[in-house]
Structure formats: C-alpha cells, structure tokens
Design a protein around this ligand. Structure first.
Ligand code: SF4
Ligand code: SF4
Length: 811
C-alpha cells in the first residue's frame, strides 16, 4: 500500500474548501490572448518568443470556430513578419474593424513605424507584448523592458501588468480604454516570468467584456473607417506650414487618456471587484522608504514589503500601471507624505543615459512638484535609480531588501544594479541570499528536473492546473528553459498554498518540499538536492530497484540526503512507459508519482484528474496514445518504491556535481566557460564577461552533457556509407572519418573501420562512423533516417540504438 505522507493534512483544508467558481488556471499568454481574441475581429500574427503562444492560441481558437464576443470568428492571419502584422492591423483598423496583434523584442521594433501611424491617426487598438530583451551584444530570448521602452515615443499608451491575473484583467481594461479614448495601447507583461507562468486566476467573463465594450463605442470606431460611402482622405503628406500644429492638435486626447484609463479601471472594479489605479501604493501608511517599479518584480516587492512592514519597517511599494501617458499628479497622490527616499527600478538599460526611463520620469515629476506652489512633500525626497532583472536575471526578496537597505544609507548610490556582481564600475548592491519572506515559507514549493522535450514541463503544467482546478489552493507554475530548448535541462518550479502567491521568483536553495529528477544522468552533473528543504521528498527516475539504487548515487548526494533527512523514492519510469507502449515518454508516469507521494489529492481523484488531462492533451491524436497513457498511469503506483536512507554515512566523500576539468585549459575556459557549463553563470562577475559579445570558439567540446540513455551503434558490415546519419544529426555527434588503413595499426580492438566503398577514394582508404557518447542526446534521428536493414532481421539496421553506459566506457 502506498503511504499517504506528511503533506496530506496540510492540503486537506484546500480540498474541502474547493468550490465551483470562475477561477481558471492558465499562463500569462493565454490570459491576455483569451481577452484579445474575444474582443477582436482581425488578429494579425507573427510568432516570436515568448509571445508566440498568444498568436498560436488565437489561430487554434479561430480554426476551431470559436466566436468572439459578437458571435463571429475572428480572422487570424499570419503575416511575413511583425512589420507585416502591424501593417495588417493598421489596415484593418482603417476599415473600422477591432484588430490586435501579439509580439515581443525585435518583433516589436519592426512594428514601430506602423505604431507611429496608428497613434498619429488616433486609432483604437491594443498590442499585447510579452516584454523581452533586445539583441545587443548577444541575443536573449528572456524578459526585460527594453523592447517596450523603445516604443515610448510612438504615441501608444504603455500599460504594465505585473502578474497572470493582471495580464487577463489589463487586456480587458486596455480594450475598454482604447475604444473610449482613441489612444492605442501597448499592454505588456514580463516575458517568461508572466507570459509562461501558470497561475490560478479569476476569469473575466463575456458579460464583463460586453459591459466594458459598449456598442456605441464600437459604432464610433466603425464610423471612423475609410469608406467610399463617406469619402475622406487620411495619411496625407504635410508641409512645414501645418505639420507641427497638427501634431499639437492631438494633445487633449493624450492629456485625457490617464483619466480614461482610470475610468476603465473603475468600471472594471465595479464589474469584478478587482480594483486598480494608475499608480497603486502598497505598504506602511507612514512609509519613509519606497520602491517604484512596474512588471512582475512588483509582486516580489509587495511580498517583501508585507514581510518587512509586519516587523515594523516603514517601507512601501508604488506599482506603476500606466507608464505612458505619464500622469505625475496621480503618481504623487499615491505616495504617502511621509516618504523620505525612493528607489526607482527599471528593467532595461539605456547606455549613456543619465538614468533609465522610469527613474527619469519619477525624478521630473518630483522636481516639478517641488518647484510648484503647493508641493506634495515638505522636502524633495532622495531618489536613486537601479537596474534589475535584465534578460530574466533573478529578482527576489533578498534583492528587494538590499535596495531598501541602500535607501537607509546616509549616502546611497545614486545609480546601482541589483542581482549581479559588478566589479568593473562598482554599481552592484550586495544581498543576503539567505533572506526568506513569511509568504515564501508558508507556500509549498516543488522543483522538477527534466530534459527539454521529455514532457516534464507539460506534465507539470497539467499538475498545476489539476491542483488549481481540483482544490481551493492558489497555484503557480514557472518553468526555467535553456535557450537550447530541446535536449537541455528544464527546471519546473511549482508553488501552491492557501494564500494568493506573489512570489515572482525561483524557488530558493533549501526551500522545496518535493524534488524530482526525471533524468537519471542529471544526478552525476547537477546538485539536484540543493533546492531540497530538510525533510523533503526526493523522487528519482532510476532503472535500479530500491535496494540497489542507494549504492549507485554520488557520495555528495548521499550525504545531502542523510543530512536533510530526505524521504527517497524511486521508480523505473522508462520501464513503466516502455511496458505501456509509450517508448521513452515518462511524463504521465512521473506526474502520477508526484500526486501519489505528495497526497495533495486523494489518490483516486488525482488519477482521474490526470486521465482527464491525458484525454485533453492526447485524445485528439487518437485513442491509442490515450490508452497507452492510461496503462502507464495505472501501473505507476505499483512500481513506485521507497528507499531506506541510512541514519549516517560510513565516510564523507567528494563534492557532487564536480565536472572533470581537463588539464591545460586556457584561463577564459577555466574561469568562464566551465562555470557556465556547470550552471554557475549567475555567479560570474562583470569583469569576466567580454565587453562586445566576442567569444572564443571551439568551446562546445568542453560541454559533455551525457544525456543519452541509448546511443547508436554502427554495424559496419551492413552500412552502405551513404552518410545520411551524419547529415541528419543535429549535434554532429556521429561523424564519418576516412583514413589510410595503415593509420589504425595502434587503434583499440573495439575501433570499427572498413574499406571505403566510394571509388573516389584511393585503394587502401578506410572509413569509420563513430559516435561521441557524451555529445549524443539519444534522439534516434540517425537511426530513423538510416535506410539499410538486415534482410534476415528487418528490425536490425546499419545503425541501432543500444544502452549508453557500456559504450561510453568502451569509448
Ligand atoms: S541519436 Fe544519432 S542523431 Fe541523435 S544525437 Fe545521437 S548521434 Fe546524433
Ligand atoms: S545512414 Fe545507415 S547506411 Fe547510411 S552511412 Fe549511416 S549507418 Fe551507414
């Protein structure tokens, strides 16, 4: 019988309180797209990470015939680029349609010319942006606000969402405001941190959207359309005589727009109960130190402020919602009169500027207020500006504390960075990595290590949806991807608890009550138990039974388990999946283990929910795949085994995760490349990084990922030397070599080689097809493409997969 463990009682409250409500569990992209789709007639798309899912969902919904608010199916068109998408939106708007698009980063830059036109013609629309870094010294697919800040002169309003809930709500508020005020809106939220975070949120119903988008405002948009029935000309060329005046003629629209947005927020509050202001203040009513910020970092600051104010600290947070048009009076009105100092945090960098955009706007607002006749503050507060979170750099409560501490200094740094070590210009603030908030301690955190494309992330997304949908608990899922995506490590961070979760940061070391490693080879390369809290559960996918697995673990992992009193479970997930006919797809097996061990839901309820998720995910792909998953789920509980962890260890041993470093490496490889490979890039100081994005080449040879459980084995007798396997390998892990036969005299006996078949080679030339076991990912593409089969045994090809460990040892 499976043990219901210690977590059960913790969750039982949430299960009993569960009720049918309008709560849904979705990610930020879907939250925004859900509203955008229902509020649009034309949607022009072009995919770019991390916004692609918004366009893909819209396309999927339209293909399925899902209607918008008014009963018609939006026309979704994929264009040739983001420039084309913005142009298509511009055209649709000029025809009187309700139109939208989704983008990020360089894609947004391509839209800028059209954005000037759309705003210049006072055309209502909302662009939804998953904010991402711009390519500068290097490309980054990750989150920051540089792309959005590049559009601040276009005339679009800039409205920031800080969470998945807000991405949903502000999509609606933006749609209402733009129709009411004719100023187009760029609605943005943080790429990955919000766009890819799965959270349990309140759903904005069609009724709410209908109320926010009244027929008369839609009729007004229609009436402005270019139409042969009421001919006008728009988009003219103007000479110096009138261009300037015409630019100024629009001022009243932009001056009025903050009020329009606030009205839309108030209308939304009346309909849903969720209240927002242009600038929302949270914290001590008599705060002396305040952080000003927009985006997901605001939630992290809010969680930290709640922790600090509970201990009597006079600190606060000002969340900036509407960045353009900037509304200084609303900003000042939101701040307590007691404020003595402010730290304004920007998630972008303007090289050469004397401050980042939000910092400068806040500074000007305060300075102009001081110069007025009735200033808000008795004396000008001290204002400092800092950069944080560039390229999705971590921003957590410990870093928030460091900023508040800096504000308390007699002479704080006027410009600073937080989250890195800057040993070149000395701008960075130090932080105490051990700091934790009360909220972080009260939530249940779980961390899962998987391999890109092995299904771990989608299984965890399903898990968080199951917890969100089947219990009254709040739930959050966040997924750390390598930009190499498929074949790289993914780390899933799940949190749930009875209180709303504002932790927009990763699970800290020692904080996870459940750690799972879906890929057995990771335990050789990574310290997967670093996240484990004392008494945590560790679940390992391992091919050995419970009584054999302990002796095979790295010594440092054994030590951690003993020290932290870890409850250790194993399952041979690959075998369960294989027996069920699923090949190597272990996602539902590991997901079932998580629910079985944690006891978050009664076992029957959990299994039924997992099967429903399988039906939703795979049902359309045919009964066979769904049935295979059901078989795997049913077999999992019996295959799950608990491992006895000894009370003490016989002898301490070497550190875990130590990567063998070849002798004679150059200084750069040793100090930069190797730490990057070891996953320690966050700790590298500024001084070690190239200043202009120029890196040495040929360093991939140091990265031995060693991911494959099976690798191809060459049958030299069958092979026709067509070279297709070499051509198809995405990692160049299988290579063909030709050489004179006499050169292999000293080669090991296991080295296979045969005479080259092509007549292009001189007699006596030999050929070998060799696999680098630690570079191969086991994807099987080479085996699949190999055209040669053994006629007496058609399942045997000229390349065949075989277990990796003995082959690696042999190589
Ligand atoms: S299985 Fe074949 S194609 Fe895939 S990485 Fe390995 S050698 Fe390359
Ligand atoms: S694809 Fe098959 S037959 Fe062609 S070179 Fe590779 S192993 Fe030989």
């Amino acid at each position: 019988m499976l043990h219901r463990n210690v977590f059960v009682s913790w969750f039982i409250v949430g299960i009993e309180e569960c009720s049918m409500s309008t709560k849904i569990t979705i990610d930020g992209n879907e939250a925004a797209a859900s509203v955008a789709f229902r509020a649009s007639e034309v949607i022009a798309i072009y995919p770019i990470t991390p916004s692609s899912n918004m366009g893909e969902l819209a396309d999927e919904w339209a293909a399925a015939g899902k209607p918008n608010l008014w009963g018609s199916v939006p026309r979704v068109v994929e264009m040739q680029s983001e420039g084309g998408a913005a142009g298509a939106v511009h055209g649709a708007l000029q025809a009187g349609a309700l139109a939208t698009t989704f983008t990020a980063s360089q894609g947004l830059l391509l839209m800028i010319p059209n954005m000037y036109k759309i705003a210049g013609e006072l055309t209502p629309t909302v662009f939804h942006v998953a904010a991402r870094a711009l390519a500068t010294h290097a490309l980054s697919i990750f989150g920051e606000h540089s792309d959005v800040m590049s559009t601040r002169a276009t005339g679009f309003a800039l409205l920031a969402s800080n969470s998945v809930q807000e991405a949903h709500d502000f999509a609606a508020i933006a749609s209402a405001a733009t129709l009411a005020g004719r100023v187009p809106v760029l609605h943005f939220f943080d790429g990955f941190r919000t766009s890819h975070e799965v959270a349990k949120i309140d759903f904005v119903t069609d009724d709410v959207l209908h109320a926010l988008l009244p027929a008369e405002r839609i009729a007004a948009q229609r009436a402005r359309a270019l139409s042969p029935e009421r001919p006008v000309i728009r988009g003219t060329s103007q000479n110096p005589d009138v261009f300037f005046q015409a630019r100024e003629a629009q001022n009243p629209w932009f001056d009025a727009f903050p009020t329009v947005v606030q009205q839309a927020m108030d209308d939304f509050a009346a309909l849903t109960g969720r209240r927002y202001k242009l600038f929302d203040y949270v914290g001590a009513p008599d705060a002396e130190r305040v952080i000003v910020i927009m985006g997901s970092g605001a939630d992290t600051v809010e969680e930290t402020v709640a922790h600090l104010t509970a201990r009597g600290d006079k600190v606060g947070l000002l969340k900036v919602r509407l960045f353009r048009p900037f509304a200084p009076a609303a900003l000042l009105a939101a701040l307590p009169h007691s404020v003595r100092s402010l730290a304004v945090l920007d998630r972008c960098k303007e090289p050469g500027a004397d401050g980042e955009p939000l910092f400068k706007d806040v500074m000007v607002a305060l300075a102009e207020d001081q110069a007025g006749t009735a200033p808000h503050f008795a004396a000008m507060p001290r204002v400092i500006g800092g950069r944080y979170g560039l390229g999705s750099k971590e921003f957590n409560p410990a870093m928030v504390c460091a900023v508040f501490a800096e504000l308390q200094q007699a002479a704080p740094r006027r410009r600073f960075t937080i989250g890195i070590e800057d040993d070149v210009t000395g701008l960075s603030l130090p932080w105490d990595a051990g700091f934790r908030t009360d909220a972080a301690a009260s939530a249940f955190a779980a961390v899962f290590y998987g391999l890109g494309s092995d299904g771990t992330v989608s299984a965890n997304k399903n898990s968080i949806k199951i917890i969100g949908d089947e219990t009254a608990l709040f739930a959050q899922g966040y997924f750390v991807y390598d930009s190499k995506k498929s074949g790289a490590m993914t780390v899933s961070h799940l949190r749930f608890g009875p209180q709303p979760i504002r932790s927009a940061y990763l699970t800290g070391e020692g904080d996870a009550k459940f750690v799972a490693c879906h890929q057995p080879l990771f335990i050789e390369q990574h310290d997967v138990l670093a996240h484990a809290a004392p008494g945590a559960v560790f679940l390992l996918n391992a091919s050995l039974p419970a009584d054999k697995v302990w002796a095979t673990l790295p010594a440092a992992m054994q030590r951690r388990m003993v020290e932290k009193k870890i409850s250790f479970w194993v399952i041979d997930a690959y075998q369960v999946a294989l027996d069920a006919g699923m090949g190597r797809r272990i996602n539902t097996v590991m997901q079932t283990c998580f629910f079985a061990i944690s006891g978050i839901l009664p076992q029957d309820q959990a299994i039924a929910a997992i099967k429903r998720a399988v039906e939703k995910t795979y049902g359309r792909k045919g009964r066979r795949i769904a049935e295979q998953n059901y078989r795997a789920i049913d077999a999992t509980v019996a295959a799950l085994q608990r491992v006895d962890v000894p009370e003490t260890l016989a002898a301490p041993d070497a550190a875990a995760g130590a990567v063998a470093i070849a002798a004679g490496l150059d200084a750069f490889t040793r100090r930069v490349t190797i730490p990057l490979i070891q996953g320690k890039g966050d700790a590298l100081p500024v001084s070690l990084l190239p200043v202009d994005g120029t890196w040495p080449t040929s360093t991939a040879r140091h990265e031995k990922r060693n991911l494959a459980l099976e690798i191809p084995v060459w049958d030299e007798k069958l092979c026709t030397q067509c070279g297709k396997c070499v051509f198809v390998c995405p990692h160049s892990a299988i290579r063909a070599k030709i050489f004179p036969a006499e050169r292999v005299g000293d080669a090991p006996a296991t080295f296979k080689h045969v005479p080259a078949r092509s007549k292009d080679y001189a007699p006596g030339t030999h050929m070998s097809y060799q696999v680098a076991p630690e570079d191969c990912t086991g994807c099987t593409l080479c085996v699949d493409v190999c055209p040669i089969r053994d006629k007496s045994n058609v399942s045997h090809k000229a390349l065949n997969m075989a277990p990796q460990p003995p082959l690696r040892a042999q190589e």
